[in-house]
Ligand binder design. Sequence first.
Ligand SMILES: [Cu+2]
Length: 89
Amino acid sequence: MTKNNEQIITVDGQYQPNVVEFNQGEVANLTFKRVSDRGCLGAVQSHDLAFSADLPLNEAVTFEIPTDQSGEFEFACGMDMVKGKIVIK
Ligand SMILES: [Cu+2]
């Protein structure tokens, strides 16, 4: 786990890494890059942080993550099966 304003998650049947950390109050960009069609990870969503998008193969998809509140926020595949976590503190 690294701490940075820019985090990249590689999606290849799982989320690597599946926990990312951002500083509260700072601009935070989270990029998903799906590099394999393994698993059911063609879409990502976060009910906690209100984002969702399809993840086309070999394309980077970046979300700006709100960091006004600290806490742990979940994201998951389109079926809520494969999960990851965004930690803001
Ligand atoms: Cu799934």
